[in-house]
Design a binder for this molecule. Structure first.
Ligand SMILES: NC(=O)c1ccc[n+]([C@@H]2O[C@H](COP(=O)([O-])OP(=O)(O)OC[C@H]3O[C@@H](n4cnc5c(N)ncnc54)[C@H](OP(=O)(O)O)[C@@H]3O)[C@@H](O)[C@H]2O)c1
Length: 248
């Protein structure tokens, strides 16, 4: 049976892949994002977009790093989505979280913790999938840097393909609400600096990579807390597959 699935952040890095996965599973995707006329912070356009949807996948994001801004964004978006789903009888809200966010005190992660709390205490049946950093994370973190030196967080990850995340989110939204789903990670552990070095080798980027000193938070980021410690699923694709497919 064809379902109408709303994808919050459906124009983003993983969101585009989610929309493709929804459609290739034979369902209809409705994109909730400001560039498509739906703002999940103000609520503009949300009611019209949610009408008739069976499920929502939330992969909306914003580039804020301090705790206050991250809590404001993720808290408001989660509240608006829970209330919107409840108003329209949407039966399943699936949210993408990040492995290890309660063990690492990065400002952004406080927003992710609040998002999970609002959804898990809300009145709409829910599933939270925690995933590790995307293969695109190296590109996301190096694209912003200006000058010849790129400074990166001292982060240990087990990065995963956005296609693998997208496929899993679609399996989840079309199934029964699970609460906390088994986390999803990639196949190998890599530091963010290693990912960036491999990316730069592939793209011919000659900028120097340095690892930033980040004190206590840096130690938490490097500790392996962002890699899954218990039972988890592994994506099919490798970082080498991702690099090989890049158009340079
Ligand atoms: N990046 C990672 O490595 C990683 C790893 C694990 C989990 N996650 C989680 O995955 C999610 C998506 O991350 P991403 O890197 O794919 O994001 P992204 O590329 O930054 O995309 C952000 C998306 O959110 C939309 N958006 C921004 N403000 C909005 C608003 N007010 N209302 C509705 N939509 C809004 C954007 O829409 P427009 O295009 O219209 O601006 C865009 O579609 C986040 O929850 C993030 O925490 C990320």
């Amino acid at each position: 049976m064809t379902m109408k699935i709303a994808v919050a952040g459906g124009t983003g890095t993983v969101g585009r892949k989610v929309v493709a996965a929804v459609e290739s599973a034979g369902h209809e995707a409705v994109v909730l994002s400001p560039s498509r006329g739906v703002d999940l912070v103000t609520g503009e356009g949300l009611d019209a977009a949610l009408a008739g949807c069976a499920g929502v996948i939330d992969v909306a994001n914003t580039a804020v790093w301090d705790r206050e801004s991250a809590e404001r964004f993720f808290g408001t978006v989660a509240t608006n989505l829970v209330e919107g789903c409840a108003r329209h009888g949407v039966g399943h809200l699936v949210v993408l979280g990040i492995v290890g966010t309660d063990e690492v005190d990065l400002g952004y992660y406080y927003g992710k913790r609040l998002q999970e709390r609002i959804v898990s205490e809300g009145r709409v049946p829910w599933t939270i999938l925690r995933a590790t950093q995307f293969f695109e994370f190296a590109e996301q973190n190096t694209a912003r840097a200006e000058g010849d030196v790129v400074e990166l967080m001292p982060m240990l990850s087990q990065p995963v393909a956005t296609e693998d995340v997208a496929e899993r989110l679609v399996e989840l939204v079309t199934g029964e609400p699970q609460g906390r789903a088994r986390p999803l990670a990639g196949q190998e552990k890599l530091t963010l600096a290693e990912m960036a070095r491999l990316l730069f080798e592939r793209t011919g980027d000659r900028r120097e990579i340095r690892v930033r000193e980040l004190g206590e938070v840096g130690a938490q980021l490097a500790s392996g807390a962002l890699t899954p410690s218990g039972e988890h699923d592994r994506g099919k694709r490798t970082f080498a597959d991702y690099l090989a497919a890049l158009e340079v």
